[in-house]
Design a protein around this ligand. Structure first.
Ligand SMILES: Cc1cc2nc3c(=O)[nH]c(=O)nc-3n(C[C@H](O)[C@H](O)[C@H](O)COP(=O)(O)OP(=O)(O)OC[C@H]3O[C@@H](n4cnc5c(N)ncnc54)[C@H](O)[C@@H]3O)c2cc1C
Length: 476
């Protein structure tokens, strides 16, 4: 493979690496290795980078829209490191306040104060109008029991755990479910206690910074597309529309077949989803065993509903919507830098999110739009007067893998049965749920494993945020 050698390019003494998949895991591995002067070639089957976190041109308007709104949290240290690496950290806006709205329009919010962690959101929680005192006391009791170590993965599901800790139905419906279903993309009765505890501990109890919500102010493809230039500037290659059909491995080389051409590398990283591995892995007992394991990982859908109205229907940039199918509202025309300022007179663009949207899969696009507009009217009565100018629905059937009890048994390490092949992707054993942070960690972990195999031992993973306040004494 061609590549510039020299200060800004790859080191001729370093191995060559083929990376399959231009989602966040593949990009993280490729950027980290290219920066460490490995000779990198990235293969992506689609015409753009970003994988599940990408954008497409809306067929009706030509407007670039995200396949789905993606948010991050302050505790996503490796994702933030990746943004810094690419120079796009300024394209994320951070929010401390999360507004919750009930049907009818009554709202309340949670935000941090000067109180030390884990009590930093205590004031707003005490004033939170959408839960009773009894609901809140139960929540506090349960949160306190999550302060210690995150439990090991077990067969316990989080709903059973909540019931055992005596949670009221309102606390489950209006606190635990909204936070967890949007973080884990799975129902409480199908989520492991480990991952649920992880979310609350890492994001909400550890520090105010850890719980901040970050929202990209640019389309996802713009955010992640710059990775191609980053890799090329370091002597690497990015091959789009280059699906890989097969990988073959022996003691000395790893070969990749794409577009009827064979490429030879010292090492290969597969960064494709677990359900796609079958299409590229060499046949044989090791491959069968690996695929048998990952076939236990289930996937869960997410549906995004994009609505364009002729006017503004709320001043809020985002809100969690309670007790209905639609769970989040993001006002993209206020969030996206290139649209902000055109809001109001020129209308507004909203994206509504339904995580774990199994019940919407069978519904038609028109039925989903009707349902979404009807429900939106319950939260924002102005919708009644507004004219819906355009609408589209994006169903991502295999959006994330399910954080089911005992699912850790099926998440694999970057080391594969073949010494020249490494595994990556959000589904590998990162300790994180299926998220952008999980994918970046997976990319960095695979790159580190490869570097160790090549005798260099580069480090790419960055540490977690330090706990703050009293959490410093409560963290094992
Ligand atoms: C609708 C939706 C909403 C989400 N919301 C959030 C959110 O708010 N916050 C968050 O943190 N996470 C969110 N996620 C999860 C996040 O997007 C994923 O965890 C992450 O992007 C996964 O990255 P990945 O690189 O592991 O996999 P992918 O993004 O799936 O990347 C794999 C890449 O490999 C390519 N590929 C596959 N087979 C081949 C082949 N044979 N040859 C070459 N290329 C191949 C694919 O085209 C793809 O580009 C959401 C996901 C979805 C779908």
């Amino acid at each position: 493979m061609s590549g510039l050698a020299g200060e800004s390019g790859s080191n001729p003494n370093y191995p060559s690496v083929g990376i399959i998949g231009g989602g966040l895991a593949g990009l993280a591995a490729a950027c980290a290795l290219a920066d460490a002067r490995y000779k990198v070639t990235l293969f992506e089957q689609r015409s753009c980078l970003g994988g599940r976190a990408s954008s497409f041109a809306h067929p009706g308007t030509g407007e670039l829209i995200d396949n789905c709104q993606h948010v991050l949290l302050g505790c996503c240290t490796n994702l933030r490191n990746f943004y810094h690496r690419l120079g796009v950290e300024g394209k994320v806006r951070w929010y401390k306040r999360i507004t919750f709205i009930e049907p009818g329009g009554r709202s309340s919010y949670i935000e941090p104060s000067f109180l030390p962690a884990p009590f930093h959101t205590g004031f707003s929680f005490a004033r939170f109008k959408l839960l009773s005192l009894k609901d809140k006391l139960g929540i506090v009791r349960a949160l306190l029991s999550l302060l210690g170590r995150v439990p090991e993965d077990s067969s316990d599901d989080f709903l059973s755990w909540l019931r055992r800790t005596g949670q009221t139905q309102a606390a489950i419906d209006r606190f635990w479910a909204p936070v967890l279903i949007s973080s884990l993309n799975e129902e409480l009765d199908k989520s492991s206690v480990k991952y649920a505890a992880f979310v609350f501990r890492e994001a909400f109890l550890k520090s105010a910074e850890a719980g901040m919500m970050g929202i990209p102010t640019a389309p996802l493809s713009e955010l992640y597309g710059v990775a191609a230039e980053y890799i090329r500037a370091r002597g690497g290659e990015v091959l789009l529309r280059s699906g890989v059909d097969a990988v073959s491995l022996d003691d000395r080389t790893a070969r990749v077949r794409s577009n009827d051409r064979e490429y030879s590398f010292d090492y290969v990283i597969s960064a494709i989803p677990h359900h796609a591995l079958r299409s590229i892995l060499p046949q044989g007992p090791e491959s069968e065993e690996l695929q048998r394991k990952v076939s236990h990982l289930q996937t869960v859908p997410i549906t995004g509903i994009h609505l364009w109205f002729d006017r503004e229907i709320t001043a809020l940039e985002h809100a969690s919507l309670l007790d209905r199918n639609i769970q989040w509202m993001f006002q993209k025309s206020k969030i996206l830098t290139r649209l902000a300022g055109q809001n109001g007179a020129s209308g507004s663009y909203l994206e509504l999110l339904v995580s774990s949207s199994k019940n919407l899969l069978k519904m038609s696009r028109a039925e989903i739009i009707d349902l979404a507009v009807k429900e939106l009217t319950e939260f924002f009565p102005t919708v009644r007067e507004a004219r819906l100018v355009n609408a589209t629905v994006v169903k991502e059937v295999r959006a994330t893998f399910a954080p089911a009890p005992l699912s850790d048994r099926f998440r694999l390490s970057p080391l594969s049965p073949w010494p020249r092949l490494f595994l990556s992707g959000d589904w590998t054993a990162t300790g994180w749920p299926s998220t952008m942070e999980g994918a970046i960690r997976a990319g960095y972990l695979a790159a580190e494993a490869l570097s160790r195999a090549a005798g260099h031992s580069h480090r790419f993973i960055v540490p977690d945020l330090e706990p703050r306040g009293l959490m410093r004494f409560l963290t094992p």
